[in-house]
Design a binder for this molecule. Structure first.
Ligand code: SAM
Length: 318
């Protein structure tokens, strides 16, 4: 007679969830035409139940999106599979995901690709995703907080970019960060339903294909939908910062992030600026100012908050 081994409740749960996961792949993905074996294998492996709240775990492998806090959702398994398949990933692909959410899709991407960067605008979601991904040992995923509609220019070019929130259009900031032959998958449309689009950079330019109807939470940011929130910050910068290049670089960085306001030199050697716009864009610009452009030496930055005044454009005033 074989020995009887006690099974812990965690092991019991793991095997129950594994059965649900295999059923999910069989019933929701294979029968709907997902054929890329690497995507199917990744989704058989990634424990989706660990990316949702404990309360939502019993529904983790159902055919639906689920709430993950901060008013956001983890996408339906089929949508994760379809978007990943469209990216045509290889084991050495460099991938950008905009909209980390729970981190689940990032884990699926990381199972297949070489290196994954993922950006989330909600700090609390980014932090939780970082923890779960680290616990699962995904060392090739880098979670950043900020406005992903701007992409991540210093890590570009990317072989594949996936946006998991609905954008009003195809942001040039993202197509500019595609490597030759690179693929961008993005839901485009308003706040109701959208169309999933595949954009490929080939030698003749960008080729766009309409894929299917979908429903995503909005992409909020400089190249997405407005959040309705406006932040205005006054910034005083000390150090070796006066000179045309500091003000001009600030203007370029502001325009790239869709931030409005102005910048000028003060008689005492400091630079003063006002930044107004989407909070994520304004905060990112303040982070940039703390480093300054190459050759500048920023020693101190003082930031104070003010009521928005409806700035238009960005000016270098003196
Ligand atoms: N991929 C996620 C997953 O596997 O759980 C699901 C993403 S959820 C449908 C969309 C996410 O996009 C939300 O977490 C939302 O906060 C985020 N988001 C919206 N606008 C963003 C932006 N400009 N930059 C980064 N993340 C953004």
């Amino acid at each position: 007679m074989g020995a009887i081994r006690a099974v812990s409740s965690e092991e019991f749960d793991d095997s129950r969830f594994e059965q649900s996961r295999l059923r999910m792949v069989q019933e929701q993905l294979l029968t709907r035409g997902i054929a890329d074996e690497r995507v199917l294998a990744a989704m058989r492996r990634v424990p989706r139940h660990l990316f949702v709240d404990e309360m939502a775990r019993p529904a983790a492998y159902e055919d639906e999106p689920l709430p993950i806090g901060s008013g956001q959702t983890i996408s339906q398994p089929y949508m994760v599979a379809r978007m990943t398949e469209l990216l045509e990933l290889e084991s050495d692909s460099r991938v950008l995901e905009v909209g980390t959410g729970s981190g689940y899709q990032a884990a699926v991407l990381a199972e297949i690709a070489g290196e994954v960067w993922t950006v989330e605008r909600h700090g609390a979601l980014a932090e939780r995703a970082r923890r779960v991904l680290a616990r699962l040992g995904h060392r090739n995923v880098h979670v950043e907080t900020g406005d992903g509609s701007l992409g991540l220019p210093h890590h570009s070019p990317f072989d594949a970019i996936v946006v998991t929130a609905a954008s009003p259009g195809v942001p040039p900031s993202l197509t500019d960060q595609l490597a030759p032959g690179g693929r961008l998958v993005i839901p485009v449309g308003g706040q109701g339903t959208q169309r999933l689009r595949l954009i490929r950079r080939d030698p003749n330019g960008l080729q766009e294909t309409d894929v299917l109807g979908c429903r995503f939470v909005p992409l909020i940011g400089a190249h997405g939908h407005p959040s309705g929130e406006v932040r205005r910050l006054r910034v005083l910068v000390e150090g070796r910062v006066q000179g045309v290049w500091f003000r001009e670089s600030t203007r370029e960085e502001a325009e790239r992030r869709g931030v409005r306001g102005w910048v000028r030199n003060l008689a005492d050697g400091r630079v003063e600026a006002v930044f107004e716009g989407e909070p994520a864009g304004v905060d990112a610009l303040v982070r940039w100012v703390r480093r300054g452009p190459e050759r500048a030496l920023v020693t101190e930055v003082t930031v104070s908050s003010e009521a928005p005044q409806g700035e238009q454009g960005f000016r270098v005033t003196g």
